[in-house]
Design a binder for this molecule. Sequence first.
Ligand SMILES: NC(=O)C1=CN([C@@H]2O[C@H](COP(=O)(O)OP(=O)(O)OC[C@H]3O[C@@H](n4cnc5c(N)ncnc54)[C@H](O)[C@@H]3O)[C@@H](O)[C@H]2O)C=CC1
Ligand SMILES: O=C([O-])CC(=O)C(=O)O
Length: 362
Amino acid sequence: MTRHLTRAPVAASPSFSSSGGFAVAILGAAGGIGQPLSLLMKRHPMVTSLRLFDVAPLAKGVAADVSHVDSAARVDGFVGDTQLGAALHGADVVLIPAGVPRKPGMTRDDLFNVNAGIVRDLTAAVATHAPAAILLVISNPVNSTVPIAAEVLKTRGVYDPKKLMGVTHLDVMRARTFVADAVGGEEDGERRRASERPSYDVPVVGGHAGVTILPLLSQTKPFPRGGFSEKEIASLTDRIQNGGTEVVEAKAGAGSATLSMAAAAAEFADLALRGLAGERGAWGCAYVDGGGGSEIKARGLEFFASKVRLGRRGVEQIAGLGRMTPGERVGLEKACEELRGSIAKGKAFVAAGGGDGGGAKK
Ligand SMILES: NC(=O)C1=CN([C@@H]2O[C@H](COP(=O)(O)OP(=O)(O)OC[C@H]3O[C@@H](n4cnc5c(N)ncnc54)[C@H](O)[C@@H]3O)[C@@H](O)[C@H]2O)C=CC1
Ligand SMILES: O=C([O-])CC(=O)C(=O)O
């Protein structure tokens, strides 16, 4: 059974303490990503109010189900446009995994026609009901849906570039996994104990589709003894760039990554919440306005995924791209070329249709 909504923590100046917490809304909560993400956010110790919204009535059932997990967060389910405003009111963090996923043979851009309108309309509602919230966009194509969200927020006069992020953390998660597998596997063929598994961090910059996913393997930390061979760099880069397609093909028409995506989104939302709570050092990669620093700005690209530090106001610091190898520089050129078109496409969509949205304006 879901409970009635009471007032959520104040959104404008969130402050977490042991007696307080944050309100998180998930739009698209009944979906493949939305359901496990709802579960993971329910278990987050800083979440005290979890709002699960979807156009599908199942959102109420998901809320009832997840509400039985023993944690502090109260859970409310919301269905349909008329309940969207209540779902958003006072939210500190809004996650959007609403929209259709890929089937084999499709690119993420093939989802644009359906998902662009969904993200536009949901962002319009965020602008009205939770204008100070941190907005984390998961819906594909992220390279275009984030510019769409930015244009809608600008139209509504509430755009804060620090608070809008495209969630690209799954690329980082994949890079960490594939590098650990490759490096660990080299040393012995036997199954390791979990405590012995090496753990690496790899910045993944650019965007979230094909060649725009640019893992900077040369900046892997700790850098593996002996480094990576050219062959390893080529195969790791290819696997990280095509990790999404690997899952789409394995699911054979039944959708794309949902469980790993929920894990990645929850990990990234945790960074956002810790930043809001005033913790220093909440660094992660995300697709943001001004991402990549001056080098990317000089190229005229408004959005780019790079390392960012999350704080009380959202993105408080954007790291530069650091030293890159000649091979990574070639990758950067390809990423920028494709991103330019994807960003322009998102902006043109809003310019053509207006930022007012369709059904979900409340
Ligand atoms: N950023 C990333 O790394 C990743 C992004 N994705 C993307 O996430 C999106 C969702 O994927 P899945 O959860 O697998 O899809 P799904 O089809 O299982 O779930 C989508 C949910 O969105 C809901 N929905 C549709 N329109 C809505 C609206 N206007 N308001 C609220 N809810 C609405 C549907 O009812 C459904 O419950 C897709 O666009 C997919 O490509 C998927 C994996 C990784
Ligand atoms: O590949 C897809 O369509 C879903 C996605 O973005 C990913 O898994 O990285």
